[in-house]
Design a protein around this ligand. Structure first.
Ligand SMILES: Nc1ncnc2c1ncn2[C@@H]1O[C@H](COP(=O)(O)OP(=O)(O)OP(=O)(O)O)[C@@H](O)[C@H]1O
Length: 304
């Protein structure tokens, strides 16, 4: 369990994280989403005690990270993929980490197997592909068998097989009761991996909801239709309380009602409707909607 209470972090006059409140619960995969510069990495660094918040408090499993005696066995993290010394073998890297935390050597073999690294365990890390380095970072995160995992963009650099592998791994870890918190900008991947979403924009939390809710709230708000009598049907629907927009030609976009009500009104008034499509918003659309303001703000900021 990760608890973030009123956390802010400023760098000089720039506020990277602004009064953020949320909790990451065990037993599910929580996705942390936001456009570039939204504050994801900063928040993760604060959770891991690598940086001090300007204000507010952060706890992991009920304690601040600094209070944990053996953080690797409490929180596993993946922040910087290239964190291992390039001249070391993967095995030497993992053994050194295990040694500093009193973790038995046998555990190195276990995590190497779990992350598909066993065939390259004696190879130097410097020669690793991004995908292999990513697997090594995940192996290091799992080494202490921690209850909580904080992973910054763990899907980056993985091939399709690697993506499926990490998705299954994270789901299994959550199913075993662990707290799994990962950042990504890949909405499509989040839809397949995360149970819960925390969306951040401009350093503020925009949404903190189960993934299904993010979808259903945004879903079917608009019904697209085609009819031979756009003006008449638009008047009838507006009189019924709907919001109608002419989309050109025989098309209307209708909000504030549903397809069934539109069909009833059309039938009662003998208006021919030959297409009636509730617009399903994908998670990606919902995300773009939620973060649009942040992205615009950033684009404006860059031009300054
Ligand atoms: N050490 C630092 N010094 C100054 N500004 C920083 C520092 N670290 C982050 N920032 C700024 O804080 C804001 C948030 O950055 P952060 O890296 O947390 O965003 P992010 O959501 O992880 O973005 P990305 O997806 O690009 O990694 C950005 O405007 C960034 O420039």
């Amino acid at each position: 369990m990760i608890g973030i209470e009123n956390v802010s972090k400023s760098y000089g006059s720039h506020t990277a994280v602004d009064g953020v409140n949320f909790q990451v619960h065990p037993g599910r995969v929580t996705g942390f989403l936001g456009p570039n510069g939204a504050g994801k990495s900063t928040t993760m660094r604060l959770i891991l005690g690598l940086d001090e918040p300007s204000s507010g408090s952060i706890t992991v499993n009920g304690r601040t990270y600094a209070e944990s005696r053996a953080p690797l066995t409490e929180v596993g993290s993946l922040l910087n993929v290239q964190a291992a010394h390039p001249g070391r073998t993967a095995e030497a890297h993992l053994r050194a980490l295990a040694l500093t935390h009193g973790i038995p050597r046998a555990r190195v073999r276990e995590v190497a197997e779990q992350t598909g690294l066993d065939s390259v365990i004696r190879k130097r890390v410097g020669g690793f592909s991004l995908g292999m380095s990513q697997r090594l970072g995940i192996a290091a995160a799992l080494l202490g068998d921690p209850r909580t995992l904080v992973l910054d963009e763990p899907i980056n650099g993985l091939d399709p097989e690697g993506v499926v592998w990490i998705r299954e791994l994270l789901k299994d870890l959550a199913a075993a009761g662990r707290t799994v918190f990962l950042s990504s900008h890949l909405m499509s991947e989040m839809a397949l991996t995360a149970d819960h979403l925390v969306i951040i924009g401009k350093g503020r939390i925009i949404a903190d909801r189960p993934i299904g809710e993010v979808l259903s709230e945004e879903e079917a708000h608009t019904v697209a239709l085609r009819t031979a009598e756009t003006d008449r049907l638009a008047r009838l629907l507006t009189a019924d309380g709907a919001e109608v927009e002419a989309e050109g030609g025989d098309r209307l976009a209708v909000r504030g009602t549903d397809g069934r009500r539109i069909a009833e009104i059309a039938l009662e008034n003998r208006v021919l409707v030959y297409e009636l499509t509730p617009q399903r918003t994908t998670l990606e659309d919902a995300y773009i909607d939620l973060t649009r303001e942040s992205v615009e703000y950033q684009a404006a900021g860059r031009n300054r």
